[in-house]
Design a protein around this ligand. Sequence first.
Ligand code: R5P
Length: 296
Amino acid sequence: MKPLLFPLFNNNSSLGNQLLSSDLFELGSTDIRRFPDGESYVRTITPVQHRNVVILANLHRPDDKLLPLLFLCQALRDQQAKHITIVSPYLPYMRQDKRFHTGECITSAVFASLLSEATDELITIDPHLHRYHSLSEIYNIKTQVLKADNTIANWIKQNIKKPLVIGPDSESEQWAAATAEMIGCPHLVLLKERFGDRDVKISTPDAGILTDHTPVLVDDIISTGRTMIETADMLKAEGFRAPICIGVHAVFSENDYQALADSDIEKVITCNTIEHHSNGIDLSELIINALESQFN
Ligand code: R5P
């Protein structure tokens, strides 16, 4: 029997549609809604006993989504679903990975323990692993981390002449270096200092000799866009042309996106882990392949 796929929160996302058209799954049906008092009503309609279940739940802006998701997982367990996999292409709360100030909650760890209680497995794409080296440091279920670098490298190869891949900070070394190697082009990793949510300073090692290349900024998350904007300004001052900005996860709010689009950049391209009009790189095949090997 095919696994059941329950797309949550956005039944019409490009990823959801691609997963369904892959013919790997049977579509599961739920009734999830809010009571007038704001509490959630959650019911599964499709029988799930002894079935493998995949919940496609994009957890970007997670606070309103988490409770219905936890309720759904419990309802599936109560009905003896065989194995529950949550696919969250963007994994939230990964950036608070330490107590930066006394009294702060390490939200990444709390979020991880809630999901670990609720489900058997988690699949995600390029989670923000900075001080954590692996999700197993906070998740105690099976996790699969998929990487967008190969798909991004192919997109750059097909669309950009003479690229120079640039990672804006030391955390981005992992994907900037791998992406550049796949393309066979040079890469640079810059230095970033963050003084506040929207206050970022970028500096560079001597990049002058590469100014004849097309700068391609690659980062996992674009949120306020400040990292990209500051990097673009710094590159301009160094004599580079306007950069192409690639983000795996289009986290931004509309105003932040607009500020980035209006800054000194050529264009913004993101992957479709979060539905957004800047999406230009499709990662559905990555997820389909991972699920295909899991269930075969
Ligand atoms: C930070 O460590 C991440 O890798 C991104 O560089 C960061 O989240 C981007 O945030 P923003 O767009 O707000 O500068």
